[in-house]
Design a protein around this ligand. Structure first.
Ligand code: HEC
Length: 150
C-alpha cells in the first residue's frame, strides 16, 4: 500500500465518520424546514398548503370578495384549504386541465360528493350568480398561476 492509497482510505474513513455524525442532524432538518414551508399545524381548520399571493387585477378582486364570503369558510383564506373542512384549491388536482372552470360552477350549483378528500360532501352554495362564480374562478386561477399550478 503506498501513501496515496493510505490517504484515500483515511479520507474515506473520515467521510464515513462525518456522515455518521451528521446523520442525526440531517434527519432533523425536514422537521425544522416543514415548520416554515407547511403552515402552522394539523389542527382542525388550519391551512393545508402555503399560498403565495399576487396583486389581483380585472375581475379577480371581486372574485376574492365572493370567495371569502362563500367559500373560505371551508376552503380557507387564499384557498389554502382547512384541515378537516375543505381542500386547498391551490393544488395540482384543481389545475385547469383536471378541474376546468365548469367544475367550479357545478360545485357551487350542485355541491360535490366527496371523492378526493376525507372531508365529506360539499353542499351547494346559495346566492351566487354565474358571473360571481366566474369571478371566483378568475381569482383562483390567478392564485394557482402564482403558485406554479397551470
Ligand atoms: C361547507 C364546506 C364548503 C364550502 C362552503 C365550499 N366548499 Fe368546495 N368543497 C368542499 C369539500 C369538502 C370539497 C372536496 C370534495 C372531495 O372530496 O372531492 C370541495 C370541493 C370543491 C371543488 C372540486 C370539485 C370537483 O369537481 O372535484 C371545487 C371546484 C370547489 N369545492 C369550489 C368551491 C367554491 C367555488 C365554493 C364557494 C362558492 C366552495 N367550494 C364552497 C367543501 C366546501
Amino acid at each position: 500500500m503506498n501513501k496515496t492509497t493510505l490517504a484515500v482510505i483515511a479520507l474515506a474513513a473520515l467521510a464515513g465518520a462525518g456522515y455518521a455524525v451528521l446523520r442525526p442532524g440531517q434527519d432533523a432538518a425536514p422537521d425544522v424546514q416543514s415548520s416554515t414551508t407547511r403552515p402552522s399545524s394539523n389542527a382542525q381548520g388550519a391551512p393545508m398548503v402555503e399560498v403565495k399571493t399576487v396583486a389581483f387585477t380585472g375581475n379577480e378582486p371581486l372574485g376574492e370578495t365572493a370567495f371569502n364570503a362563500k367559500c373560505a369558510e371551508c376552503h380557507g383564506v387564499n384557498a389554502a384549504g382547512r384541515n378537516g373542512m375543505g381542500p386547498p384549491l391551490i393544488h395540482k388536482i384543481y389545475e385547469p386541465g383536471h378541474h376546468g372552470d365548469q367544475a367550479f360552477l357545478l360545485a357551487a350549483q350542485n355541491g360535490v360528493r366527496a371523492h378526493h378528500w376525507p372531508f365529506g360532501d360539499m353542499p351547494p352554495v346559495e346566492g351566487l350568480t354565474v358571473a360571481d362564480v366566474g369571478n371566483i374562478v378568475a381569482y383562483i386561477r390567478a392564485l394557482q398561476r402564482a403558485n406554479g399550478i397551470e
